[in-house]
Design a protein. Sequence first.
Length: 295
Amino acid sequence: MTVETQETSYHYGVMRRAIALIDAGGEDLTLEQLAARMDMSASHFQRVFSAWVGVSPKRYQQYLRLGHAKSLLRERFTTLEAAHAVGLSGSGRLHDLFLRWEAMSPGEYARKGQGLRIFWGWFDSPFGAALAMGTTKGICGLAFAAETGAEAAMRDMCARWPLADFVEDTTRLRPQVDAIFAQRGEAALHMIGAPLQIKVWEALLRIPSGHVTTYSELARAIGAPRAVRAVGTAVGRNPVSWLIPCHRALRKSGELGGYHWGLPVKRAMLAFEAAQDDATPRAPDAAQTGLHTGN
């Protein structure tokens, strides 16, 4: 593990402890009090958070509060049809990352990965240890193990394509994984899912960074307004978390809903994006996306 990797993991660990502390009644702690509770000096605590998201710990504290999701719905709710109509369908990814993706055909999906070689490896990320998987066509899986544990994450991902041949190869995957977490460069995705799931995942890509939508809005966007439950299941089965932003889907009430890799990770992702969105004024997102369905 490199020094940079250790530092990034450390940042997530600090953030995770902050969530627990704030949930336990620490919403109104001062910078000095919050830092002391986490066994850090105020200056060190300030540096860690400012380096991670570019805002002060006090501001970041606001993003981690349970009520932040409700404020996102009030202030940054995205109507997916409108976003698509004004050309925002490519703004749901990260800053300068160019994303290409191809979906498996229904027949290929039904074969449960038979005849498919999937490469895998563990990487560091802003949200703890990440398990990446990919085929010769692109990344097909991205899981986070900070809350579930590495073994559970590995079993979960392998069970999605039980007949595939899994081969460890971090070298092959690293260029695209680095691009994903650096938020620049190019990444190709190979989406492996049922037709309904593919539609839901495509709709998720239309949600701009720092914004949210609801499960019912996603259902309407794919032309199945009564299929909210099925859409929720498809969101939960998203195999490429963070990049296809299932963490941006909330309940109408403003509650977070579920998250496959643990609610603390979901809250961290929303806070991370909101902080970056507020701290970094930029022109409309130049990221682009293309969808190709396999024959």
